[in-house]
Design a protein around this ligand. Sequence first.
Ligand code: IPD
Ligand code: CA
Ligand code: CA
Ligand code: CA
Length: 267
Amino acid sequence: MHPMLNIAVRAARRAGTIITQHLSNPSAVETIQKGQNDFVTNVDKQAEAAIIEVIQKAYPEHTIIGEESGQLLGSDDSIQWVIDPLDGTTNFVKGFPHFAVSIAARQNGRTEVAVVYDPIRNELFTAVRGQGAQLNGYRLRMADIKSIEGTVLATGFPFKYKQFTQNYMSMVNALFVHCADFRRTGCASLDLAYVACGRVDGYFEIGLKPWDFMAGELIVREAGGVVTDFVGDNHYLDSGNLVAGNAKVVRGILTTIREYLGNSLSR
Ligand code: IPD
Ligand code: CA
Ligand code: CA
Ligand code: CA
């Protein structure tokens, strides 16, 4: 196994144990409001601290960017770990059992290894650049879907960016004419992992942060899928606007949403 993947898996499993232990002990969960409709708990922070400890023990020189800790600059900033210790905090707080630990390691701006770990189902999605994606050790390959007709698409509502509601709802309207149905599961990293394994056929969301999608993006690509911004470019690192699926599904989504892109969604 790639040595960095080995460390990412160890860190993700450790964080997963912390998260599931708290599920059966909800009185030990403290929730703090970070912003409008945006929450963090002591469990997010504990899980992140555990991940950082594992990475720093193996690679004290690497740089780490964590959702809750910000950037921890190491002596070697050519390698960056991008971590979301608990993706799906709202689900976790509500006891809705769907969330994940997301860890990606990037070298010189390219993601090399990725892990998305669902501790409830014990599902470990992994990818190594150029070596494919796996679910619990089984190789993932995207299905050959020919168009968006009849597809099931995952998405996330722009609950932190309500100024985009109108454009977003117009996109949903337009897509709903073609697709069979939508899923909004509240965990972006698993949405991407589910694209990679065919549980949904495509995915789009507005305003994601790098830790939400960095690992899932490599998993989709290594399963043979495509990830773009809203106009088919790769500027989603800046905009956080993502579309994922096989090439035909992504093309179908982009063509359908094109006329609803306001200025701020033009990528
Ligand atoms: C959130 C989840 C959610 C998505 C949000 C993310 P968090 O991450 O991935 O599905 O819709 O945009 O912020 O805050 O629970 O780690
Ligand atoms: Ca969060
Ligand atoms: Ca997240
Ligand atoms: Ca999070």
